[in-house]
Design a protein around this ligand. Structure first.
Ligand code: AMP
Length: 459
């Protein structure tokens, strides 16, 4: 998963991109980068780490120009090495192009083989690089609309993209609309961003989301739009963006994430109430909003039984046996005086591998909870994602090999219930417009034969 941003026609475009990336940090903590075009060339700064560490102030000062794009990365294809940090930049016949990509292509192998056969040499192991190769090979480069229509219609799978092409910023969404991308405006300056919370942080006005299959080309204060030829009956917006990934203060897929999560929690309460519980608590922060919805629906007290430490950072000290659960405990600490002797409903957004949930429950138990009833605000995740969420292989997904009762036993709770698929879809504004392949295995776009995240490193 990744966060992307693009700014056009702003005197301090690179700085605005950098600030916007702060609001998208949750979409990728591995690496970050910003690129800007100064009228002659695209200059770029990118490094591993969080936005604030990856992009230092001195380097940012060097990024002049009125247009910029930015990216923060959480890898779903390719290793976490320097070459794979985005934006990805090339220059072809004197025309510099940079790209920032959120999503996962599903025809990577076919495109890679074809391009390599035709003489392409690849610098990275990211599917995003393929797009740049297609752009420089096209004969439609003189007409921006035709150019992007021709190139992007060769891609399959999930892509929300932002390009810097000379002094233009181009944004695009795949025809299914898997990943979010929105458009905002300052004065005469346009901004594209993965989530609307990135617009808020720079006080830009939200205009709208890009339509699935839409391409927006911004040059100076002029904005043009066109569409990819492929039309789909229903959108396949990623429902997991609503369940977990996006920020609660964002407006994506025509809804507010906070409110969607509360509705998921309320529906969970309808389906699986625990009427004699002393209180409802979330696993912070991911379960907070569903827990609120759950508690309000049942008119139960909402308590914060675990406290999140916001200053975790990275530690280079190998925890010894004595503190072997350090990583789990440094982040969340249960409150003994709240939990001791209580029958609690714990609400969490999802269970993936089950290992962190198990540690959290162990902590709650150790703090004295008498009974723990775990409620999950989405159905069991049984199938990997090929469209940009880093869900591991089927065998690592606990719900793909264990029944609900077995998962409950593994995690160590008195009861475990998940929200049903129908329940989850029923709280969405347009339930047909979502991809739920991770729960159902119904993939809306053909999945690749080679399923490895490191596909391009195996060639
Ligand atoms: P676990 O109990 O180890 O499966 O951890 C599940 C927690 O990790 C859930 O609270 C999820 O919110 C969070 N999570 C969300 N997406 C992912 C992901 N792609 N991989 C791993 N954990 C995730």
């Amino acid at each position: 998963m990744c966060g992307i941003i693009g700014i056009a026609n702003h005197k301090e475009a690179a700085k605005v991109a950098f600030l916007g990336l702060y609001a998208l940090q949750h979409r990728g903590e591995e690496a970050a980068g910003v690129a800007s075009y100064d009228g002659r060339e695209i200059r770029m700064v990118k490094n591993p780490g969080l936005v604030a560490d990856a992009i230092n102030a001195t380097a940012l000062e060097e990024l002049k120009g009125l247009v910029a794009i930015g990216h923060c990365r959480y890898s779903t294809t390719g290793s976490s090495n320097y070459k794979n940090i985005q934006p990805f930049l090339v220059s072809h016949k004197g025309r510099p192009i940079a790209v920032a990509h959120n999503g996962n292509l599903t025809n990577t192998e076919e495109l890679y083989r074809r391009l390599e056969e035709e003489g392409s040499i690849f610098q990275t192991s990211m599917d995003s690089e393929l797009i740049v190769h297609l752009l420089v090979r096209s004969r439609n480069g003189a007409d921006m609309k035709k150019w992007f229509q021709e190139v992007l219609s060769q891609l399959e799978g999930a892509f929300s993209l932002i390009f810097l092409v000379g002094n233009s910023v181009v944004g695009a969404r795949d025809p299914q609309g898997f990943r979010p991308l929105c458009l905002g405006k300052l004065e005469g300056e346009y901004i594209l961003a993965s989530e609307s919370s990135a617009l808020d942080i720079i006080k830009a006005q939200f205009i709208r989301e890009l339509e699935p299959g839409e391409i927006v080309i911004i040059t100076g204060s002029k904005i043009e739009t066109c569409f990819l030829p492929k039309k789909v009956e229903h959108k396949s917006q990623c429902i997991f963006e609503n369940v977990y990934f996006s920020r609660p203060d964002s407006h994506i897929f025509d809804d507010n994430v906070y409110q969607v999560r509360k509705r998921l929690g309320a529906r969970l309460a309808d389906e699986h109430p625990v009427l004699d519980a002393d209180f409802v608590m979330p696993i912070p922060d991911s379960g907070v909003y569903a827990a609120l919805g759950y508690a309000q629906k049942l008119n139960k007290p909402y308590e914060v039984g675990m406290i999140r430490n916001h200053y975790v950072g990275r530690t280079f000290i190998q925890p010894t046996q004595f503190i072997r659960d350090f990583r789990v405990r440094v982040k969340l600490n249960p409150i003994h005086d709240v939990l001791n002797g209580k029958k609690v409903v714990v609400v969490e957004d999802s269970i993936v591998r089950g290992t962190t949930s198990r540690s959290r429950i162990e902590e709650i138990r150790r703090a004295g909870a008498k009974e723990i009833h775990l409620r999950i605000s989405c159905p069991p995740i049984k199938y990997p994602c090929f469209y940009g969420i880093d869900f591991p292989s089927k065998k690592e997904l606990i719900a793909s090999k264990k029944s609900v009762a077995e998962v409950a036993e593994f995690i160590g709770v008195d009861s475990l219930e998940y929200l049903s698929l129908e329940g989850m879809l029923s709280v969405m504004k347009k339930s047909d417009d979502f991809c739920h392949a991770c729960f159902t295995g119904k993939y809306p776009v053909k999945i690749p034969k080679n399923k490895s995240k490191y596909l391009l490193e195996q060639q």
